[in-house]
Ligand binder design. Sequence first.
Ligand code: DQA
Length: 144
Amino acid sequence: MLNGPNLGRLGVREPDVYGSATFDDLVETCRATGRTLGLHVEVRQTDSEAELIEWVHEAIDARIALVVNPAAFTHYSYALRDALAMRTAPLVEVHISTPAARESFRHTSVVAAVADGTIAGFGLASYQLALQAVAGLLRAGASS
Ligand code: DQA
């Protein structure tokens, strides 16, 4: 699960928008959800576009499924979009808030078209729903 810029500040960052849970809470929630789904979950966060893209390449080479909250990169990073387009396993875009209900610059996602789907607006539960989606996609892929 890859997280982009400013998501390491969860808990103190605009709590009215992103809630009071911290990034550590997010990591714990995702690991616990992964355990119930039989998935090994690794959660990373970076403020760097280059590092995020390197992690995407790493997952692609290892054929690992991705849940990505690209944060602000969602709205303008064609470089991240091009990296994600090379994916070799399920990919779910996730957002804590509902970008479509916020400022107009958040209404565009340049990565949505290369993902299997997008989950937004459920707070930390967006990540749990995304993991459930990944588990379903992996099961479907395994049986096809
Ligand atoms: C976000 C929404 C983005 O618009 C914003 O730039 C973020 C967080 C979310 O999870 O709701 O940093 O991706």
